[in-house]
Write a protein that binds this ligand. Structure first.
Ligand code: COA
Length: 333
């Protein structure tokens, strides 16, 4: 029904099948609350976007298929709450033809699930103040979307499911998600071969770890990064203790060692790189670089600004027929 009503073609079939099987998750809560305007403000959503989200609700309320999608997605999030080894949860961008309601769907899901996440965090004794900074990622990503597309929405909505599942927290300059080596989609994609030798605790399949993320939020100074790692260590030891968690692992274009060919050794990016030990191997990184630096796709780089050393490096590297890489690296907690 949802597929027909919302015009979700074959590309959505796998996703619809996965959410169709979402288990019931206790009594259903209303998907929207009377204090959503205040919540959006606390989530850092700009007034213009908050107004658009609330306006899109009418369209959502009038479409049973939208309400079904929301309910099933929320059930799936609840079923995988706090489990870093769970299989990948998808949340694709809905078709552009659905307009504002489609673009706001991930935000409605966020608003409609947040209380369940907060209750779960409360049950673990995690203070609410430790959770709000990362929830405000919603506002950050909506601001990035507005800058890139000039309207209300959010790119890569699947990212927000990590927040709703209580898996990610923010301390100062960096964010950290719970992960399990070799299990689930949050695990590092390039990692050591468990067959090849005797891996020590922290590196073995099934060991716990933290994934490191760098939000777009001003300079990445070594001091800010060190203070953040120290705060994360204390937090996770207290609220998510694990005898096997030894590493913070970053998978990013920022760890591409080719950047050192272009950026001076005293830049924040190169100093950030030096904190990590690189894992052999890489994944293609051209799209990631284009997205994170220019908020474009790699095919849309003609005429992008060339104001900074990094912008010039990215474009000249690609023009030389070379490619950027997403590397994995780790540091000891
Ligand atoms: C990571 C980040 C905070 C680093 O910024 P920073 O601390 O200013 O970095 P550096 O001091 O090392 O910058 C070195 C050079 O690159 C430039 N630069 C760094 N990040 C840039 C960006 N996102 N866009 C354009 N130029 C950038 C700087 O201006 C500087 O060039 P200049 O000397 O000509 O001015 C920044 O790149 C950023 O916000 N990126 C988006 C988020 C991201 O990529 N996260 C990782 C996702 S996997």
């Amino acid at each position: 029904m949802a597929a027909n009503e919302l015009g979700l073609g074959a590309a959505y079939a796998g996703w619809l099948a996965s959410i169709d099987q979402a288990p019931e998750a206790g009594p259903e809560l209303p998907l929207s609350g009377s204090d959503d305007a205040a919540t959006l403000e606390r989530l850092g959503v700009a007034d213009q976007d908050a107004a658009a989200v609330l306006a899109s609700r009418r369209q959502l309320d009038q479409a049973p298929a939208f309400r079904w999608l929301l309910r099933q997605c929320r059930r799936l999030v609840i079923a995988h709450m706090g489990d870093p080894g769970a299989p990948e949860l998808l949340l694709p961008q809905l078709p552009a033809a659905l307009g504002l309601a489609g673009r706001c769907f991930p935000v409605q899901l966020f608003l409609g699930t947040l209380q369940v996440t907060q209750r779960w965090q409360d049950g673990r004794g995690i203070p609410a103040d430790a959770c709000w900074p990362v929830f405000a990622d919603l506002g950050r990503h909506m601001a990035i979307y507005r800058r890139a597309h000039g309207e209300t929405g959010v790119d890569d909505p699947w990212w927000l499911l990590i927040h709703l599942r209580g898996l990610i927290y923010e301390f100062g300059r960096l964010q950290y998600n719970l992960l399990r080596i070799g299990a689930g989609w949050l695990a590092p994609q390039c990692w050591y071969d468990a067959e090849a030798g005797c891996l020590e605790t922290g590196f073995r399949p099934g060991d716990d770890g933290l994934g490191v993320h760098i939000p777009e939020d001003g300079p990445l100074t070594p001091q800010a990064s060190a203070a953040s790692v120290a705060a994360a260590r204390t937090f996770f030891d207290r609220y998510f203790p694990s005898p096997t968690r030894r590493l913070a692992i970053c998978q990013s274009w920022l760890l591409d060692d080719q950047l050192a060919e272009y950026l001076p050794a005293d830049t924040n990016i190169i100093r950030f790189q030096r904190q990590f030990t690189l894992v052999p191997g890489w994944r293609p990184g051209d799209q990631a670089v284009a997205q994170f630096v220019f908020r474009r796709t790699v095919d849309e780089l003609a005429g992008v600004p060339q104001r900074t050393t990094l912008q010039r490096a990215i474009v000249s590297h690609l023009r030389a027929g070379r490619h950027w890489r997403v590397r994995s690296g780790w540091l000891r907690l």
